[in-house]
Design a protein around this ligand. Structure first.
Ligand SMILES: [Zn+2]
Length: 108
């Protein structure tokens, strides 16, 4: 049986600026928000879609941002490490299991 599916996550990356919100019609703090979707097969995960928004903290309205430019400005990837690189650990676990098996059976 193959276990697979999709999931979604998000993060509030903190306040970026205070500016007038066109919806609230007042000065509001604007936060950088990340939303992402991922697919998984067993415990292997990879990110299928990511979106950044600069959104009003009060009404959550805002504009979608350009992904490469936003990530360049951030200087780091805010998606959790295991979601981005979970497949590497599975690969590593398989390699360790094979090597352990070889070491245990190789002495006979
Ligand atoms: Zn607002």
């Amino acid at each position: 049986m193959i276990i697979w599916g999709t999931g979604a996550g998000g993060a509030d990356l903190g306040q970026q600026s205070v500016q007038e919100c066109p919806v609230c019609e007042k000065d509001r703090p604007f936060n950088l928000l990340l939303r992402y979707r991922y697919a998984h097969l067993y415990y292997l995960r990879w990110v299928t879609k990511r979106q950044y928004f600069l959104a009003c903290e009060i009404c959550q309205r805002g504009a979608e941002l350009n992904v490469p430019e936003t990530e360049k400005a951030l200087g780091k990837d805010p998606v959790p490490f295991m979601t981005r690189n979970g497949w590497m650990f599975l690969l590593g676990a398989i390699v360790v299991a094979v090597l352990t098996f070889a070491a245990l059976t190789g002495g006979r």
